[in-house]
Design a protein around this ligand. Structure first.
Ligand code: NAI
Ligand code: MG
Length: 465
């Protein structure tokens, strides 16, 4: 383990930010939870408490939704010119870049990811999303439609569609990319002219709270963005079920995704879901192994395997099996584990004790079911939630490690004979490229122009002329 001496020293704004209990944002004002209660937020690299945050529950959710409702029904945001809205979105992107180091430090401190990754990927991608979306604000267009109504042949019509903001949106996000998930959700919902109540994950609320302040600084009117910090059952559930919410956008577990659909059924709210996955990665005998081996390693180990699109099942064509198994294991052994804030670290800890226990449970079950651990397979160090990058061989499609999403740095490797499908590559994210899953991995897409559909209704208008 690296020593504290090597760590990036926290900047003054970060120290200041974590030194006081962070409040919820409701109707443009930072406020304590109605109960006055707070909860602790941890540094997963050393298990220390780094901050306290408002423990929002139903009463706070009610206030936040009422503020978003008022801002949508009466406020300037949905009525503002698209150009003015776009300028505010652009400004949010600029402010993210101006505060890049502070946001990267907060992200690394709270989530555990290497500071270099937060600086190079999470924060710039978050900024880029707002910059990309800013351009769309002026390009949300309906169409004119020539219609041929058979029972009124003598009448001429002017028929057209308008794209209207869907209304008040609840957004519930996870902890694996805390800032980026907030950006992926907020960029399009604001561009569409909706108002929002955002609930960050209880493990990682800090960067979303900082982002919310940047949104206010950029000129977002009060009540357009509200942020409630709290737990899934006591804050997320009442938000998802709230009868003044028109739409829920959720990223997280498939299990909670299904609960959200049930909660939304009461009043037929719209729902989009970005859920878990168990992605296969395929290496053929004719691959360029200098690319394929590091590629397969990055597909699973990026972000400590805490990605819904992690390449967690690696299939290798028979003749190349040993070479690739050995290559990926060698790459896994070479990954330097350490605290996110140590610039030398290439992989940080898992985000929480819960996730640490969950991933260790999978490692145990793999052993019990007869998988062979080629490398890794256990905790790293004695404090912090570090798990060694792990390669499992000799797995079968009946095993839990093969069947279920582990959400940790664990890959199962398996040989195969023939393939007749096209291939894809991993972990290439861009604001313009739609992202999302099939089947139980969710409904709808994030990013690109595609995501705007999540937050717009189509109104058809028909006038006889
Ligand atoms: P989770 O689905 O419980 O949490 C995600 C968000 O949902 C958090 O903000 C949480 O507070 C909220 N939430 C939890 N219960 C809720 C409820 N009843 N109603 C409304 N909101 C609720 O995920 P968790 O427990 O953190 O992780 C469990 C597993 O889920 C992971 O091991 C992984 O397999 C998967 N996961 C997938 C993610 C993805 O990117 N698709 C992200 C995080 C987790
Ligand atoms: Mg959960």
């Amino acid at each position: 383990m690296n020593t504290a001496v090597d760590m990036v020293s926290l900047s003054t704004p970060v120290k200041r930010f974590v030194s006081q209990a962070r409040q919820a944002l409701i109707d443009g004002r930072w406020q304590d939870a109605q109960s006055g209660e707070t909860f602790e937020v941890f540094n997963p690299s050393n298990e220390a408490v780094i901050a306290r945050v408002a423990d929002c529950k139903r009463a706070d959710v009610d206030l936040a939704v009422a503020a978003a409702r008022k801002a949508f029904d009466k406020g300037p945001w949905p009525r503002m010119s698209p150009s003015a809205r776009g300028k505010i979105l652009w400004k949010i992107g600029d402010l993210i870049l101006e505060n890049l180091e502070e946001l990267a430090q907060l992200e690394s401190l709270n989530n555990g990811k290497p500071i270099g990754v937060a600086r190079a990927a999470d924060v710039p991608l978050a900024a880029d999303l707002f910059h990309y979306m800013a351009g769309w604000a002026t390009k949300i267009e309906g169409s004119t439609i020539p219609i041929s109504v058979p029972y009124t042949p003598e009448v001429q019509y002017h028929a057209y569609t308008r794209k209207e903001p869907i209304g008040v949106v609840a957004q519930i996000i996870p902890w694996n990319f805390p800032l980026l998930m907030a950006a992926w959700k907020l960029g399009p919902v604001l561009t569409a002219g909706c108002t929002v109540v955002l609930k960050p994950a209880e493990e990682t609320p800090l960067s979303a709270l900082r982002l919310a302040q940047l949104c206010l600084d950029a000129g977002l009117p009060p009540g357009v963005l509200n942020v409630v910090t709290g737990f899934g059952e006591t804050c997320g559930a009442p938000l998802a079920a709230h009868n003044q919410v028109d739409k829920v956008a959720f990223t997280g577990s498939t299990e909670v995704g299904k609960l959200i659909v049930k909660a939304a059924a009461n009043d037929l709210k719209k729902v989009t879901l970005e859920l878990g996955g168990k992605s296969p990665n395929i290496v053929l005998d004719d691959a360029d192994f200098d690319v394929a081996i590091p590629g397969a390693s990055n597909a699973i180990f990026f972000n400590h395997g805490q990605c819904c699109c992690a390449g967690s099942r690696l299939f290798v064509q028979e003749k190349s099996y040993d070479r690739v198994l050995e290559g990926v294991s060698k790459a896994a052994r070479a990954i330097r584990l350490g605290p996110g804030l140590d610039p030398q670290s290439e992989m940080g800890p898992l985000v929480s004790k819960t996730q640490f226990d969950r991933v260790n449970g999978f490692l145990r079950s793999g052993k019990e079911e007869g998988a062979r651990t080629v490398c890794g397979g256990k905790r790293h160090g004695e404090t912090g939630f570090f798990v060694e990058p792990t390669v499992l061989d000799g797995t079968s499609d009946k095993m839990r490690v093969y069947q279920e999403e582990i959400f940790g740095p664990v890959v199962t490797v398996m040989p195969f004979k023939e393939v007749d499908d096209e291939l894809n590559c991993y972990n290439i994210f861009d604001a313009a490229l739609p992202f999302g899953g099939y089947k139980q991995s969710g409904w709808g897409r994030e990013m690109g122009s595609e995501v705007l559909k999540n937050y717009l209704e189509t109104k058809a208008i028909c006038m006889s002329i």
